[in-house]
Design a protein around this ligand. Sequence first.
Ligand SMILES: O=C1O[C@H]([C@@H](O)CO)C(O)=C1O
Length: 543
Amino acid sequence: RVHHHKWEVKYQFKSPDCFQKLAVTINGMTPGPTIYARQGDTVVVEVKNSLFTENVAIHWHGIRQIGTPWSDGTEGVTQCPIVPGDTFTYKFVVDRAGTYIYHGHYGMQRSAGLNGMIIVSVPDGVTEPFSYDYDRSILLNDWWHKSTYEQAAGLNSVPFVWIGEPQSLLINGRGNFNCSLAGAGVCNATTPDCSPYVLTMVPGKTYRLRIASIASLSAFNFELEGHSMTIVEADGNYVEPFVVKNLNIYSGETYSVIVKADQDSSRNYWAALNVITRKPGTPTGLGIINYYLNSPKKSPPTDPPSGPIWNDTTYFLRQSQAIKARQGYVTPPPPTSDRVITLLNTQNKIDGRIKWAMNNMSFTLPDTPYLVSLKQRLHHVFNQKPAPETYDSKNFDVFGVAKNTNATSGNSIYRLKFNSTVDIILQNVNTMTVNNSETHPWHLHGHDFWVLGYGIGKFDPMNDPKKYNLVDPIMKNTVPLHRYGWTALRFRADNPGVWAFHCHIEAHFFMGMGVVFEEGVAKVGRLPSSIMGCGETKRFLRH
Ligand SMILES: O=C1O[C@H]([C@@H](O)CO)C(O)=C1O
């Protein structure tokens, strides 16, 4: 089956947390419309850019784009941006059931509201390894009142202006800012835009909740007061079920949890969204679990859950380590890898601006998308020197304030041997601030990777690999790198194309926290001319 969607991307005034802001919308909505499809279907999305003064690109997060690398929607990597007034058609196959998201991948538009969910159901005749009565989706986000334009300009200015903590946390696009703090600006506490999200549950029934985070900065803890959750899916892969009181979810991750409406049906409960891993500066985001026949407006009689202590890294690490592939659905990783790339994550200062660098290279996008320059062999449009494979680990103190030595900006990439097995060791450290390390959710385009292990402190290449889970590791596309920690991943470079791998914090990617992998680009089919038009790609349009 083929699903056709026609989307118009434009600015509209929205008040998701009662405070009015210009948001980037799809057909007037933020979050945008949910895409529903069945495994194996083709999705076609015609995107018209009606922003007038800004480019657009949309990434289908978790969809591997096998055979369609030009539809990945990564501006500067897989396509030229869609210029104002133009229409671009994305076409791809959703080859695996699961919960996915989509979002803008140009500038910081994801943060301005350009995001939504993709729900892929199992093919007819296939049953899932868990059962439920109802299927519901919950998209989590953080929200600022300043325009993302202003935020991006600040991040690029000397002196550097940080975006700060969000004003609100949104559950399915709804938050509740205290209008008495609004100062200048329009704030209306009674607008229907910001009435809290209500999840109505029928007593005794079982719910599958598909929970995704599209947050720009925050890591979240999501709790359904009084109800435990059984985690059964992560990033489109089945999880060996385990029960949690609350879910730690990092930007770019998706989960399915099973929840039973088995509590006191005479009252309602809170759905609570709290910030973790950064010192919270934002009130708890609140929704209502409404037991059927109570009024959805009836406030729960209890205080909302305040979440775990924000810096309880042990707790976050334990939940990450508990996620295993479901028995019967395990794809074991290759036992060894052909190449190990170690990526040191540092905060740096370059030309007076704060940046993030991987092995001392802060990533910048070239004017000509890599997919075109690599396929057409335009060797002069980006630095051909391979990106740095590792860092000087012997002389690096991961707990000390970053010394900021020798960092530069660059657009070199990693070229991977087609079909080879690659290990990535992400190494976190202290930032440029004393006693501070930040959690970074890393997202890989075009693949799932096996999550081999996590640890705290400096990765030990002699001993830590002995503790890798090579038996039943989960496969994911987004994974947290915990504070002062390391995360080890393995993937097969088996998808011809050019793929970004980056921190899913919008501001951090903007500040250079990413790398690019190329594999098998010679095997990529004829590139559609619709991805061209910018930089050196213009020469291929002159016929
Ligand atoms: O990238 C970041 O910059 C700030 C801060 O470190 C400097 O202002 C912050 O909290 C980030 O996550």
